[in-house]
Design a protein around this ligand. Structure first.
Ligand SMILES: [Zn+2]
Length: 101
């Protein structure tokens, strides 16, 4: 067997080429995941997580509540549950009264 230094080199460059392409592919996949995420966000934005119908935003004492136009489920954004839980009893009654049919 005749050992040629250039063969080793070629193997090295082939591996480098592979690593480079692999990285490019990974970047592409990352970007694709971002696009997919954006698509899902657009698809689900202001849609009821239960029935998929349009959510209607109701402003009540600086709390923005999303109420479903289909199943009438009420959804809170991050941090809003804490705000609701800090309401006084009368405020809480009014809060729920606003959503009663
Ligand atoms: Zn719904």
């Amino acid at each position: 067997m005749v050992w040629k230094p250039s063969e080793k080199e070629e193997e090295y460059f082939a591996r480098m080429e592979f690593e480079k392409k692999k990285k490019q592919e990974e970047e592409k996949q990352k970007k694709l995941a971002g696009v997919e995420k954006k698509k899902l966000k657009e698809l689900h934005d202001m849609k009821c997580p239960k029935c998929g119908m349009e959510l209607i935003e109701i402003d009540y004492k600086s709390i923005k509540i999303d109420k479903c136009s289909g199943c009438e489920g009420v959804w809170l954004d991050a941090g809003e549950l804490e705000t609701v839980s800090q309401l006084e009893k009368t405020g809480l009654d009014k809060f729920f009264g606003a959503f009663r049919k």
